[in-house]
Design a protein around this ligand. Structure first.
Ligand SMILES: [Zn+2]
Length: 195
């Protein structure tokens, strides 16, 4: 074998690396060496594969360490809450336009972590809406329901028939309320229905 010291297959595969190896194959990792790269390493996901770009001069040990590190970074990035405040605001606009004729115009919409007895709340006089971070990780239609619920409160502060009529157009109100009731039943003490 006319391999230099960096030839990867020259190193015997030891059992201790099995976990790392299976992680690489599970994530379908492709390492691309580039002579033009001198120091930087980058990674991205594409069509179910993870591409890691590394400098051509890296040793096998460095490659392994960097691939692990980049997989950790990608995993961390992807497990962050689906929606930041900006995305939440955009979603609120979309829901208002779609179901409330665009009449609900919140000044701010944001996630809060200090709201454990309510799923959402709104202050109509200030046109502000807050959603509990506990909704993060729940299905989109549930988050949408709570958001739409609070948006509707900008138009109707109370839970009267006019309020519920505003939510009529949203096809998953009952299902979302059922989901939240299920969560409440499963974890006491519980948040109330929003607002
Ligand atoms: Zn309410």
């Amino acid at each position: 074998m006319a391999a230099g010291p960096e030839h990867r297959s020259a190193a015997p595969r030891r059992p201790v690396l099995a976990a790392a190896q299976s992680r690489l194959s599970a994530q379908n990792v492709e390492v691309r060496r580039s002579a033009r790269r001198s120091r930087t390493v980058s990674a991205y996901r594409e069509d179910g594969r993870t591409i890691v770009l590394i400098p051509a001069r890296m040793t096998a040990a460095e490659e392994k360490r960097w691939v692990e590190r980049m997989l950790d970074r990608l995993d961390a990035r992807e497990s962050r809450p689906v929606r930041g405040d900006e995305e939440l605001s955009a979603r609120a606009c979309e829901l208002s336009r779609k179901y409330l004729g665009g009449r609900a115009e919140p000044r701010s919409v944001r996630w809060v972590t200090n709201q454990n007895t309510r799923w959402g709340s709104c202050t109509p006089s200030e046109r502000t809406i807050r959603l509990s971070h506990r909704l993060q990780g729940m299905p989109d239609y549930v988050v949408d329901y709570v958001l739409l619920h609070e948006l509707a409160h900008l138009l109707e502060p109370d839970h009267g028939s006019r309020f519920w009529a505003l939510l009529d157009a949203y096809p998953r109100t009952e299902r979302a309320r059922g989901y939240l009731e299920g969560v409440v039943a499963a974890r006491l003490p519980s948040p109330r229905e929003s607002h």
